[in-house]
Design a protein around this ligand. Structure first.
Ligand code: ZN
Ligand code: ZN
Length: 355
């Protein structure tokens, strides 16, 4: 695995939880078992929706010609872990079903629908032409904060780190998502529905965000500079994935960079481009290992059936003693030093952190 030496940082900023390193290599049988389970998940997915088999060739035809004509990084088509990412694309049916199940639970428990109900009277006063604009702004604002917490709260990062573990951003890498990471979009969904936006509008935004997100990972070199502060671009999202000084914990918006500019996480240096992607922790290379990776050290969830009161108490203790304090720490952490595109913010930030 490629890793970049990072400068020592303020622990409040560098909050990715280091995983315990294991030197034990899987045996041949364990590898075959992992391949077998991944194949079974793909088979179940295709049985649920055989149409998913056309997704990979469709995205290939739509994106790969542009990657060949305008490559950002020159690299062979058969790059490491290509099979893992194709596996995620083919297993979408089963993985998305798990995502939806947990997204409903997380959306309800997040209580994002409470502020949604609070703004509902204001939304109802908006002229109809303004409603979609307000919807996009609010959707993006809620996703900005959820996405930020999925990076800066160690427990949530466990799940989102799978998406970020790819070291090659291209046509297929956007499919790599842990099914529990699919809960990231749930609070925004519940917020908008409670605020009075229709299920069709909210669903359309969620679908656009997911499809748009796939193309943001493409290995194309376009910078699209005039759009930089208006709409997010591949350059913006490639910096979000960069494992380089200054780039970590930046560019969280999914539609409008306005939220990163406002909350001090915008990172788009003019004089360099993202080159190294991935995470600085030992995420397994295969799909089964990645599905298990965030669950390390967790107790059997069925414990809640045997010990409901003890489990509820433990859950509440976790929320109030770990989750919420980590979220507050993320909100209160220092802003980036400058929003100027002309400065190498990475260098300035790294200097500030080491001094
Ligand atoms: Zn992210
Ligand atoms: Zn991404």
């Amino acid at each position: 695995m490629r890793t970049t030496p990072l400068p020592p940082q303020d622990p409040r900023l560098r909050v990715h939880e280091p995983a315990r390193q294991s030197n034990r290599q899987p045996t041949r049988w364990q590898r075959w078992f992992a391949v077998g389970v991944a194949a079974a998940i793909i088979a179940i997915s295709l049985a649920l929706d055989i149409g998913a088999i056309f997704v990979v060739p469709l995205v290939f035809v739509l994106v790969v010609p542009f990657e060949k004509l305008f490559p950002r990084h020159k690299k062979p088509f058969r790059r490491p872990q290509l099979g893992t990412d194709i596996g995620y694309a083919l297993a979408g049916g089963a993985l998305n079903a798990v995502s939806v199940f947990f997204a409903v639970i997380v959306g309800a428990l997040s209580l994002a629908w409470l502020p949604g109900l609070a703004v509902r009277p204001l939304v109802s006063l908006l002229p109809s032409a303004m409603v979609p604009i307000a919807g996009i702004l609010l959707f993006d604002a809620v996703i900005y904060w959820t996405h930020r917490w999925y990076h800066e709260v160690p427990f949530l990062w466990r799940f989102h780190s799978i998406h970020h573990s790819t070291e090659d951003l291209d046509w297929i890498s956007g499919f790599r998502n842990h099914p529990l990471d699919g809960t990231l979009i749930a609070p925004a969904f519940f917020f908008l529905l409670a605020a009075g936006f229709s299920a069709e509008f909210t669903g359309a935004l969620a679908v656009i965000q997911i499809v748009f997100g796939l193309f943001l990972h493409a290995n194309v070199k376009w910078r699209l500079r005039p759009l930089h502060k208006v709409l997010i671009t591949p350059e913006f999202h490639h910096w979000h994935h960069a494992n380089e000084p200054g780039a970590i914990n930046s560019n969280y918006s999914v539609f409008l960079p306005a939220w990163d500019l406002l909350f001090g996480t915008y990172f788009m240096p003019k004089d360099r481009r993202p080159t190294v992607y991935g995470v600085s922790e030992p995420v397994p290379a295969g799909m089964l290992g990645q599905l298990k990776y965030p669950l390390r050290g967790m107790r059997n969830p069925l414990r809640v059936v045997r010990h409901p009161i003890r489990s509820t108490k433990a859950g509440l203790r976790f929320v109030f003693k770990a989750l919420l304090p980590d979220m507050v720490r993320s909100v209160r952490r220092p802003r980036r030093p400058s929003h100027s595109e002309g400065l190498d913010e990475g260098a300035i930030w790294a200097t500030m952190q080491t001094s």
